[in-house]
Design a protein around this ligand. Structure first.
Ligand code: FES
Ligand code: FES
Length: 145
């Protein structure tokens, strides 16, 4: 099936099986920031924004994106949250970073001045096996107004 959507701000069409998840369809389209680790909705490595809300690409059917807006970090380009992660060195291997950036972006839209507990709660669905959590929180605080 063909899934018509807005992908990173542009009209796009994803080819996907009817039972296929968004994660493989996006990776096939070249969006390799969307990463598969657990494939069961636990790690957050496959996080994308669907109409602005973080969702797991491994649990979201590609068909659910039809007519909607999907954002990956490839679509951020110069976003202050992305910059803050780089400036705070908020990663080691970087595998988890795209998911954290998108979750942090949504948090800061909803709450421009989150406290430590709110940051921990909002990013609780994202795991970093390198343990970069302290720096990740610092990156989010850098963006807080
Ligand atoms: S790969 Fe989707 S949540 Fe882990
Ligand atoms: S920086 Fe390596 S998994 Fe998070």
């Amino acid at each position: 099936m063909s899934v018509e959507l807005i992908l990173n701000g542009r009209a796009a069409v994803l080819d996907a099986r009817t039972d296929e998840m968004l994660l493989p369809a996006l990776r096939r389209a070249g969006l390799l920031s969307v990463r598969e680790t657990c494939a069961i909705g636990v790690c957050g490595a496959c996080t994308v924004l669907l109409d602005g809300e973080p969702v797991s690409g491994c649990l979201t059917l590609a068909a659910q994106a039809a007519g909607r807006e999907v954002t990956t970090v490839e679509g951020l380009d110069g976003d202050p949250v992305q910059r803050a992660f780089a400036e705070a060195h908020a990663f080691q291997c970087g595998w988890c970073t795209p998911g954290f950036v998108l979750a942090a972006k949504r948090l800061l839209e909803l709450n421009p001045s989150p406290g430590d507990e709110e940051i921990a709660e909002a990013l609780g669905g994202n795991l970093c096996r390198c343990g970069s959590y302290v720096k990740i929180a610092e990156a989010v605080r850098r963006c807080a107004s």
